[in-house]
Write a protein that binds this ligand. Structure first.
Ligand code: ADP
Length: 335
């Protein structure tokens, strides 16, 4: 194969758009993975197929899975290229919902911080030590909430420009989980946080701040989507998958319907349940969690049930152990 052809295919494969290249006969010579998955066809069977088995011959739009795509054609001296871009206004709707959710998410803690700071300033001498401590605690918790939101927002902008500087080091997972539990205990005083860690558990090779961000999102969700007093349990052990540590976050909350399990990791997606209306959220947490875990060479799995009351959800994260050879560390750093 010519070098330029290899480069071209690598670039096209990475494109965030479904694209197919066809010859003068409209036979597909190459289609990227996005195109194949959109039409549910195995990449090895696509070449040689007629483009118009997939796209309409005359129209310049096509509807797939309820989305309308605009078809754009570009030609060079060898092939014609067809790529699809979402044409309906659903993306606009998604973004506008997102802006209103985020504005709400920002305004609520800010209003509370300003309110309690105002009360402290105006009535400082009239408040007793107990009240002052209570107000300052609320200000601190609301600031933590804002920090989590801002960190999540920064993460998605970094993901979008495909740029993230991960600093890998050996981290004790239990220590981070304990720190996160301490932060969340103040925010969810009625939910017990229980941490179980096997004695022989290895350190993991991760970016410490990002690992903390992952655990904040998962443990915060576990408490947020549980009823009053629902315990959040975190179990840390060496995974049966060699060279990986398993961290399970278990709750006894509302659970997730099986048909929604695939959607929860999508950007801006909040799934309707008994508690989503009452709870704050931007629909970004799990999208970021999955992306960060995969960038650190790990995996995330979810099991959930809505059949029995309070059966809840289990999110399991696998992350590579730190003693894993320096060669695999190098591979991770190269990502
Ligand atoms: P957010 O919590 O801001 O809505 P996430 O991306 O963290 O966004 O979660 C996406 C959706 O997944 C939530 O809206 C919720 O419906 C569902 N979800 C996440 N974690 C849990 C959980 N532990 N129990 C039940 N549902 C959950």
């Amino acid at each position: 194969m010519e070098k330029t052809e290899v480069n071209f295919k690598t670039i096209v494969e990475k494109l965030d758009l479904p694209l197919a290249a066809v010859d003068y006969d409209n036979k597909i010579v190459f289609a990227n993975a996005f195109f194949c998955s959109l039409f549910n066809i195995d990449a090895e069977f696509i070449s040689g197929k007629n483009l118009y088995d997939f796209l309409p011959e005359i129209a310049d739009t096509v509807v797939i899975n309820d989305y309308t795509y605009k078809i754009t054609k570009y030609e060079d001296e060898f092939y014609s290229y067809f790529y699809l871009t979402i044409a309906d206004n659903r993306m606009e709707q998604i973004y506008s919902d997102f802006i209103s959710t985020v504005s709400h998410e920002l305004r609520t803690p800010l209003t509370s911080i300003r309110g309690f700071a105002d009360t402290m300033l105006m009535s400082y001498d009239k408040l007793d030590a107990e009240q002052k401590k209570k107000f300052l605690t609320i200000i601190k918790e609301q600031s933590n909430r804002l920090i989590k939101l801002v960190e999540n927002l920064l993460s998605i902008s970094k993901i979008q420009v495909q740029h993230s500087n991960l600093v890998f080091k050996s981290v004790n997972p239990k220590a981070t989980v304990e720190q996160v539990a301490d932060i969340l205990k103040n925010q969810y005083p009625s939910h017990p946080f229980e941490i179980q860690c096997a004695a022989d558990v290895s350190n993991i090779l991760v970016d410490e701040n990002k690992f903390q961000q992952i655990m904040i999102n998962l443990m915060d969700n576990a408490a947020k989507y549980s009823y009053e007093k629902g315990a959040v349990k975190v179990e840390i052990s060496n995974s049966s998958k060699e060279n990986f540590v398993s961290i399970k976050v278990k709750d006894h909350g509302v659970g997730i319907e099986p048909e929604n399990l695939g959607r929860i990791f999508e950007k801006f997606t909040r799934i309707e349940n008994h508690l989503t209306r009452k709870t704050q959220g931007s629909g970004l947490g799990l999208y970021i969690v999955k992306d960060l875990i995969e960038k650190m060479g790990g995996q995330i799995f979810v099991e959930s049930s809505v059949e029995l009351p309070n059966s809840g959800s289990v999110f399991e994260v696998l992350l590579p152990v730190a003693s894993y050879t320096s060669q695999s560390k190098k591979k991770l750093e190269d990502r």
